[in-house]
Design a protein around this ligand. Structure first.
Ligand SMILES: Cc1cc2nc3c(=O)[nH]c(=O)nc-3n(C[C@H](O)[C@H](O)[C@H](O)COP(=O)(O)OP(=O)(O)OC[C@H]3O[C@@H](n4cnc5c(N)ncnc54)[C@H](O)[C@@H]3O)c2cc1C
Length: 552
């Protein structure tokens, strides 16, 4: 039987698009199959904030940030905590990826028209020692145009290849099996789903209208992770984090269902580090949801006070923006699935950013005027103000007593005592006047303000939380929000997949989240942020180039 293409890519998200562009540009024929409709092309990346981990970039240098490959690798390995035999390939991928981020990543994207917002963000700041978790310097580069801005160059390249006949899209084609001949993967089969005109990101019909089989010399699995499938998240939940949360919200669309991971594993591929995941603890329920249980992650600045469900302040260094996994670990240990930020209007205005392209119309719409208002406006950006007034997790009050009583009413748990909360806030507030601070969160705020980017748009001037001049007071109930899958299919640096017997499976490649962003988990346990889109770019590129080369 003749092949339908040289290479088949499963998944039209960022990793799949990048891989397909590389195959087509190498002069080979490629088919991209995706279970969703054409309107959802780009997958999760379209919805993303477009944050990219870059090392020693011109944007960093302009802001006086000194970064290097060595420093970034030190931070990466300190965060990853590789400690398993199966971390061999993830570790190699980590080294190669940090070199990519310090080397050709920016120039490669720039040549395709990609641009970066000039103020570099500082995510995952850690707070342990120099070899521990966290970014020693700001490295989170936001794409000008956010998620759509990172998808655009690859969609453009793909559409050009489509016009010239080298690339074919097959939307509403759901892969149900990999086909194999003589031990080599040589195609896919599955169901054709009925057309469905839902909006991008909404759940689409799973009604079957037909079936299909496609053959090629190689198949690249770029089907994303498991974050939209809470049953799978719970099944893979690591014992070290305690019981899986009873209540979670979803930071990804429902198509991030993990189904293709099971299918690929069944064909013999080796899935490693499935217990490593990256879920956020600052999730808020979306008042205007697109997908089921839709939650948004707050990208917090350093000043909000963070309390657990019982009213205890989170211990140092678990401040907003410091250590996502450490915070998750702590919160799961409280026996409750939620925690609280308590802050002021001055803090929300400057420090709350919401992760997601639709939540940042200024950056997504590439409007300098709107973006400049972040620094000059009286209120927070409009999407944040909308959450403040309409979001189910937000409480706004003029005095602490009524704030705490509304917090108790929201959860119905009645765990918070006004005196306990008040004493902790007043103690912290006394440290604001003190130049020789002992409160590590306040020290952290002073440190953040030494960076011009934070001082300009991310860190409020230190003030007392109970100072009415900075009010009203705001409490935000924070939920656990599923997002990224850090483990995945074990791959070599050409993105070739290993089988359960430790040998490369001929014809099979994996990229993006399905491959743990490279190697089966290049992040180890923790991410430095902005590393997921980049992991899709790097692993998709490697997969596409290698598969095209192997196709002869
Ligand atoms: C709101 C949001 C904000 C984010 N912000 C950032 C950020 O700032 N920086 C960062 O680095 N990362 C960010 N991320 C993460 C990043 O966007 C994702 O990790 C990345 O885009 C995953 O890409 P992917 O191609 O691997 O998978 P996906 O985008 O999930 O694409 C997989 C595709 O495969 C298809 N598929 C699955 N199974 C099948 C099957 N059986 N048959 C056919 N098709 C199938 C799906 O329909 C989907 O289109 C964010 C994510 C979200 C949702």
């Amino acid at each position: 039987m003749a092949d339908d293409a040289d290479v088949i890519v499963v998944g039209g998200g960022l990793a799949g698009l990048v891989a397909a562009c590389e195959v087509a540009d190498a002069g080979k024929r490629v088919i991209v199959v995706d279970q969703e409709g054409e309107q959802s092309l780009g997958g999760q990346a379209f919805w993303s904030f477009g944050g990219l981990f870059l090392v020693d970039s011109p944007e960093q240098r302009r802001l006086g940030i000194k970064d290097s490959y060595d420093l970034a690798l030190q931070d990466w390995t300190g965060s990853a905590g590789f400690d398993r035999e199966e971390d061999l390939w993830p570790r190699r991928w980590a080294e190669a990826y940090v070199a990519f981020a310090a080397g050709e990543k920016r120039g490669w994207l720039r040549a395709m028209g990609h641009r970066i917002f000039p103020v570099v963000g500082w995510a995952e700041r850690g707070g342990y020692d120099a070899m521990g978790h966290g970014n020693s310097v700001p490295r989170f580069h936001v794409t000008w145009g956010t998620g759509p801005g990172i998808v655009e160059p690859f969609e453009r390249r793909a559409r050009e290849a489509q016009k010239s006949g080298r690339l074919t899209f097959k939307f509403r084609h759901r892969v149900d099996a990999l086909t194999m001949t003589g031990g080599a993967v040589d195609g896919v089969s599955g169901a054709i789903l009925e057309p469905d005109p839902v909006e991008r990101g909404q759940s689409s019909s799973r009604k079957i209208a037909g079936d299909f089989t496609l053959r090629a010399q190689a198949v690249i699995v770029a089907s994303g992770g498991i974050g939209g499938n809470h049953d799978l998240v719970r099944k893979n939940w690591p014992a070290r984090l305690g019981q899986a949360p009873k209540s979670m919200i979803s930071g990804v669309p429902e198509h991030v269902d993990g189904r293709m991971i099971g299918i690929t594993e069944q064909a013999g591929a080796r899935l490693i580090n499935r217990d490593r995941m990256w879920h956020y603890v600052e999730g808020i329920r979306n008042w205007s949801p697109i997908w089921p249980r839709h939650g948004i992650r707050i990208l917090p600045g350093p000043s909000s006070m963070w309390f657990d469900a019982t009213g205890r302040r989170l211990p140092s260094p678990l401040f907003p923006g410091s250590d996502t996994l450490g915070q998750l670990h702590y919160i799961m240990g409280t026996g409750h699935d939620y925690s609280w930020f308590v802050l002021t209007q001055s803090i929300i205005k400057k420090e709350f950013a919401l992760s997601g392209s639709e939540q940042n119309p200024d950056l997504t719409g590439k409007s300098w005027l709107m973006t400049a208002r972040r620094a000059t406006n009286k209120g927070a950006p409009a999407p944040v103000e909308a959450f403040k007034s309409k979001g189910a997790d937000f409480i706004v009050r003029d005095d602490l007593e009524s704030l705490v009583s509304a917090m108790n009413a929201l959860t119905g748990d009645n765990l918070l005592k006004i005196d306990q909360i008040k004493a902790q806030i007043e103690a912290r507030d006394r440290e604001i006047e003190n130049p020789y601070v002992k409160d590590t969160q306040v020290m952290n705020i002073h440190n953040a303000r030494r960076y011009i980017g934070d001082r300009l748009i991310r860190t409020a001037k230190p003030h007392r939380i109970l100072d009415p001049a900075h009010g009203p007071l705001i409490a935000v109930r924070l939920n656990i929000l599923t997002r990224k899958t850090l483990g995945g299919f074990e791959t070599d640096l050409d993105s070739r997949v290993f089988g359960g017997d430790g040998k490369i499976m001929p014809g099979l490649y994996a990229a993006g989240e399905a491959a743990g962003f490279g190697g089966g988990g290049m992040h180890g346990y923790r991410s430095l942020e902005g590393t997921f889109l980049g992991g899709c770019l790097f692993s998709g590129r490697n997969a596409g180039r290698a598969a095209a080369k192997a196709a002869g």
